[in-house]
Structures are given as structure tokens and as C-alpha cells.
Design a protein around this ligand. Structure first.
Ligand code: AMP
Ligand code: TRP
Length: 339
């Protein structure tokens, strides 16, 4: 039990990549909404992570608003959680530098996300991309977080965070709590509708494979109806030999709560067409209020700014507590305070 009121401190972040897709929603944001009750939550829009790959400043700025609007539309209530912008908080970059000085380069080179992204951005490979997980460790440790809800793909980064925290504790005496990753079971890994062997992603070259939470019902329907399946006709959960159908079952389970067995029973003897229609309608129904709220919020910049301003000041207060302790431990003088 962690904060002064005995609540757990929950921290997670996501990059302002513009539009949230269904993988982000089911694998991440939906679970953050559930965690708001009864915990002290910090949800960060990590714009400093977003500049590790080629980008345009104007797009980044617009994406921060877009991203915050979508989080709030998904149910992150600024009255119940602290929605903050990473670059506004003093401490993330400072702590990342300190942690980088105890983190072996080899550990960073082993990160799967680094290997993937460095392959993709061969021509513009910068050290920020390698350093990314250290900044992520700082994001987490600076808040002394108990719980970090993430999708499965971030597990390796959380393990590295724990290793770095442990090493800091061993080197400088006990300072950081070792945070726990919380990875949801259903919907943890949503695959592309067009290539179910790869993750649903914003950067998928075939955008018909990616369902965005702000897609109109017509677009959602179209994408689901043209999802890749297989040459059989039975709706059965078998990710190995039926990855397309299993992915759609994952989606249906996550949005409707129906178990795989009941889905199999409901669609026994029916074709993929009926099944896809059911998946599409269940998803459209689930996303309807989200899309409506998003369309309102995107017209209301002031509302987004005031939510972020409130979240930022709460996040800064919490970050300050640990940063002064960390500075002292690593041997940095706090001259200001002594005057
Ligand atoms: P990203 O858009 O990569 O910054 O991811 C934001 C959050 O969504 C992270 O917690 C990811 O683990 C999660 N996530 C991203 N893609 C997927 C996916 N296809 N399935 C499930 N979760 C995902
Ligand atoms: N690396 C995460 C992702 O790509 C985003 C992230 C940055 C994050 N800092 C974090 C997630 C801290 C959880 C906690 O999804």
C-alpha cells in the first residue's frame, strides 16, 4: 500500500500517436479506466518518447490534443485521475540521465522494441531510440508507482525498469519500489485484421487491418467484413491454424464479455459472414459513446488544456518528492535549499 491514504499508485503512459486503435483501447486504456476507482492514478502522454523517431513538431502538438481527447473520451476522468504531459514535468529527463549511468548498453540493445524500430528507421537511427527504455524506467520510478498497466509488448521494458531500480537500490541504498506490470488477459494482443500474424498497429501499411476507436460505424463494418480468415467455415478458437478467426473472437470476447465456448456455440453451423457481422455490431455498440464524446472534446481545446494543467501539477508534486531524495543519494548538491 503506497500513498499516504493507503491507495496504490498506478502509473502508465502512451505515446501521442494520433489515433488510438482497438489494440490500444482493449490492451491498455480500457483497463486504466477500471483502475481509476480506488487508486491514485497517473496517466502520461509521453511526447518525449515520440521524438525518438522522425516526426514533425506541428503534428506532435496536434497529436497531444488528439490523444488527450481520446483518452478522456474512453473514460479517463480528469477528476478521478491525473492526466499529465511528460515534457511538462521536470524530472523525467533528469532521472533518465541518472538511470542511464547505471544501465548497461547491452541490456538496451537486447530490447525487442529497439531491435524492431532500429530496423525500421535504419537511415535515421539516433541514440534516443536506444535510450527509450531508460526514459520509460524514469517515467515509472519517479512516481514510485506500485502498478504499471501495459500491453504484453511492454513487459520486457517493465522488467528492465525493475532491474534498473534494483541496481540503483543496491548502488545507492533502498530508494525505489519495484513496480509490477499488470497485463490484461482478454484483448492483451489484438492482431491486424489483414495480417493476423502481426500486431494491430498504427503503422501497419495496410490500414484496413487497423480499427480506430474514432472510425465511423461504416468504416468499422467495412474493415471487419473484409478481415482475413481461412478456407474453412467454422468459428473456432485456434490461434495457430485459424489466426484471423481467433483474433475476431478475441475482439468479440473483449467487447461483449462472451466466452470463446459460447461464441463457438452461437455460430455453430453459421458462416464467417454472420460471425463478422456480429463482431462488427458488438464493436460499433461498444465504441458509440466513445466516439460521441471524442467528437465533442476535439472541439474543446480549453477543456483538454485545463485537464492537463491539473494533472501536470499533481504529477509534478509527486515527482518532486522522490527527485530531491534521488539527488541527495547520487551526490548532487542541493545548493538552492541551503541558502
Ligand atoms: P503504443 O500505441 O504502441 O504506444 O501502445 C500504447 C499501449 O497500447 C501500450 O500499453 C501497448 O502495449 C498497447 N498496445 C499497442 N498495440 C496493441 C495491440 N495490438 N494489442 C494490444 N495492446 C496493444
Ligand atoms: N513504451 C510505452 C509504449 O510504447 C509507452 C510508455 C512510455 C510507458 N513510458 C511509459 C508505458 C511508462 C508505461 C509506463 O506503449
Amino acid at each position: 500500500m503506497s500513498n499516504s491514504e493507503g491507495k496504490k499508485v498506478v502509473l502508465t503512459c502512451a505515446q501521442p500517436t494520433g489515433r488510438l486503435h482497438l489494440g490500444n483501447y482493449l490492451g491498455a486504456v480500457r483497463n486504466w479506466v477500471d483502475l481509476m476507482e480506488g487508486n491514485e492514478c497517473y496517466f502520461g502522454v509521453v511526447d518525449m518518447h515520440a521524438i525518438t523517431i522522425p516526426y514533425s513538431p506541428a503534428n506532435l502538438r496536434a497529436n497531444v490534443y488528439e490523444c488527450a481527447a481520446q483518452y478522456m473520451a474512453c473514460g479517463l476522468d480528469p477528476e478521478k485521475c491525473n492526466l499529465f504531459l511528460q515534457s511538462s514535468i521536470i524530472g523525467h529527463a533528469e532521472l533518465a540521465w541518472i538511470l542511464g549511468c547505471i544501465c548497461p548498453i547491452g541490456a538496451l540493445e537486447r530490447m525487442t522494441q529497439y531491435k524492431d524500430k532500429s530496423r525500421k528507421h535504419k537511415d535515421a537511427l539516433n541514440s534516443g531510440l536506444l535510450y527509450y527504455p531508460v526514459l520509460m524506467a524514469a517515467d515509472i520510478l519517479i512516481y514510485d508507482a506500485d502498478i504499471v498497466p501495459v500491453g504484453e509488448d511492454q513487459k520486457q521494458h517493465i522488467e528492465l525498469t525493475r532491474d534498473i531500480a534494483q541496481k540503483f537500490n543496491n548502488t545507492y541504498s533502498d530508494t525505489f519500489k519495484l513496480p509490477e506490470a499488470v497485463i490484461p488477459k482478454a484483448g492483451a494482443r489484438i492482431m491486424s485484421l489483414q495480417d493476423p500474424s502481426s500486431k494491430m498497429s498504427k503503422s501497419d501499411p495496410n490500414q484496413n487491418g487497423t480499427l480506430y476507436i474514432t472510425d465511423s460505424p461504416d468504416v468499422l463494418r467495412k474493415k471487419i467484413m473484409s478481415a482475413v480468415t481461412d478456407s474453412e467455415s467454422d468459428v473456432r478458437f485456434d490461434p495457430e491454424s485459424k489466426p484471423g478467426v481467433s483474433n475476431l473472437m478475441n475482439i468479440l470476447e473483449a467487447v461483449s464479455g462472451a466466452g470463446f465456448e459460447s461464441i463457438e456455440r452461437d455460430f455453430a453451423g453459421k458462416g464467417y459472414g454472420d460471425f463478422k457481422k456480429a463482431v462488427a455490431e458488438a464493436l460499433i455498440e461498444k465504441l458509440k459513446p466513445v466516439r460521441e464524446r471524442y467528437l465533442e472534446l476535439r472541439e474543446d481545446k480549453a477543456c483538454i488544456e485545463s485537464a492537463l494543467a491539473r494533472g501536470n501539477s499533481a504529477a509534478q508534486r509527486r515527482a518532486n518528492r522522490l527527485m530531491s531524495k534521488i539527488y541527495r543519494k547520487v551526490g548532487f548538491l542541493n545548493i538552492e535549499k541551503r541558502q
